[in-house]
Design a binder for this molecule. Structure first.
Ligand code: SF4
Length: 474
């Protein structure tokens, strides 16, 4: 998971981009970067670490320019190091300089990389953002295409998720993959600046005149002439009529104050809680979220049931999200640093504990143990998504399938493992009730129905009963 931003037409472009990146820090904490153009050359600065640590006032002082793109990274393709961080920069001998940042994963990376290497293109990293920029630059420089034509070809050839910002010295391009898997919005600020960002919450703090989502396959160019839109029919590039927005953005990843895929994330989360409550017979003393991502799911549940909503677990916000720490040892230790039960709150209570999802189950097991130790009489676990049985290949770092508890264990085995009194998930029918256009979403990590075909070597690692191999492989 990553976050991107693009800024055009502001002498403080680097400052604005940094503010927006800071609002998207939850989308990636491993590394961050900015590329800024002053009209003649593009300067790049990227480092491992958080936005506030990398983009200090001293660094930003030395970053003049009116166009900027930026990126926060959580690694999904390529190792966790500076080479694989974004934006990527490509200089050419005859003058133009290009920079690109993207959010998502390419599902036919190896195939496209081989094609480009056979054309004589060199790579510095194993990051899919570099694949996108090398593809475009190859088309521009060696095939003499326009940028819009190169991006259209990219949409034909490169499969997967890629919400993207791409800049030259005097222009900014913004485009999104034909399935619209990851979110991307654009805004015009009251002072005329254009800003694009993965999440709308990153735009709100900048003084927005208007904002909207970038459509799947849409290509937007912003230059001295203003904003031009290259309408592009997404159906020409994908199989089927429908978009495939990641439902997990609504369940967990995005900030609740973002608007994406035509919905307020906050409202979708509350609806999830309401649907769970409608299907649940239990009458607890209190509904307690695992903070923060389950807060509004639990609120929706409590409101529907007319049962007290209580913040029985207090989260330390200075420890990163456990889910996005790549190393298991660090993840285990941080559970106890991160959550602390309220003193005397749980004693003798029947509690509905709400979480957004169960991935490995290891964190949740420890949280349940904490609550049990504090004297809870019964713990009923309610989950705001169906069981996660399949890995994601579109930009979210879910573990391998064999690490997913719902792939390994039966419902009762999970109840026993977590040591809860009962466990209820959303089912697919309930999940599809929380958005008005369920057909336009991806649910592959629940049902294995991958909307974009995967490379053979990826597919071989998926264990899926009753799948026709040939239906799902390129
Ligand atoms: Fe989102 Fe799951 Fe689809 Fe990945 S597989 S894009 S996490 S819904």
């Amino acid at each position: 998971m990553c976050g991107i931003v693009g800024v055009f037409g502001n002498k403080n472009a680097a400052d604005l981009a940094t503010l927006a990146l800071f609002a998207e820090q939850h989308r990636g904490q491993e590394s961050c970067g900015l590329a800024v153009s002053n009209g003649s050359y593009i300067k790049l600065h990227k480092r491992m670490g958080l936005v506030k640590d990398v983009f200090t006032p001293e660094v930003l002082e030395d970053f003049p320019g009116e166009i900027a793109i930026g990126h926060v990274r959580y690694p999904t393709c390529g190792n966790s190091n500076e080479y694989n961080s974004q934006p990527h920069l490509v200089e050419t001998l005859y003058g133009p300089v290009f920079s690109l940042a993207s959010n998502g994963d390419i599902t036919n990376y190896n195939q496209i990389r081989k094609y480009l290497e056979d054309e004589g293109v060199f790579f510095h990293s194993f990051n899919d953002g570099e694949l996108l920029i090398r593809y475009i630059v190859n088309k521009l420089v060696y095939k003499k295409q326009t940028i819009a034509a190169a991006i259209r070809d990219l949409m034909k050839d490169i499969k997967g998720a890629y919400s993207t910002v791409f800049m030259m010295q005097k222009e900014l391009y913004i485009f999104r993959d034909p399935n619209g898997i990851r979110p991307l919005s654009i805004a015009k600020l009251t002072d005329g600046t254009y800003v694009a960002a993965s999440e709308s919450c990153a735009l709100d703090l900048l003084g927005v005149e208007w904002k909207r989502e970038v459509k799947p396959a849409e290509i937007i160019r912003i230059s001295d002439k203003g904003m031009e839109v290259f309408e592009n029919d997404a159906r020409e590039y994908r199989s089927g009529e429908h978009d495939h927005h990641c439902i997990f953005e609504h369940i967990y990843f995005s900030r609740p104050d973002s608007f994406e895929f035509g919905q307020n994330v906050y409202e979708v989360r509350k609806k999830i809680g309401g649907v769970l409550a409608d299907n649940d017979k239990i009458k607890p003393d209190a509904v307690v979220p695992v903070p923060d991502s389950a807060n509004f799911i639990a609120l929706g549940y409590a409101e529907k049931k007319k049962i007290p909503y209580e913040m029985g677990l207090i989260r330390n916000h200075y420890v990163g999200r456990t889910f996005i720490k790549p190393d298991q040892t660090i993840r285990d230790e941080s559970v106890y640093q991160k959550f602390n039960p309220l003193p005397n709150f749980f004693k003798d209570k029947i509690v509905v504990l709400v979480d957004d999802s169960i991935v490995r189950g290891t964190t949740l097991k420890k949280i349940v143990k904490l609550v049990r130790k504090k004297g809870a009489k019964e713990i009923h676990l309610r989950i705001g998504s169906p069981p996660v049985r399949f890995s994601c290949f579109y930009g979210i770092d879910t573990p391998t399938q064999s690490e997913l508890i719902a792939h390994q264990k039966s419902h009762q085995e999970i109840v026993d493992f977590l040591e809860v009194d009962s466990l209820m998930y959303m089912n697919m029918e309930m999940m599809q009730r929380v958005v008005p256009d369920p057909e336009n979403h991806c649910y592959a990590c629940f049902n294995g129905d991958y909307p974009i075909k995967l490379e053979k070597e990826v597919f071989k690692n998926i264990e899926y009963k009753n799948w026709d191999f040939n239906d799902h492989v390129l």
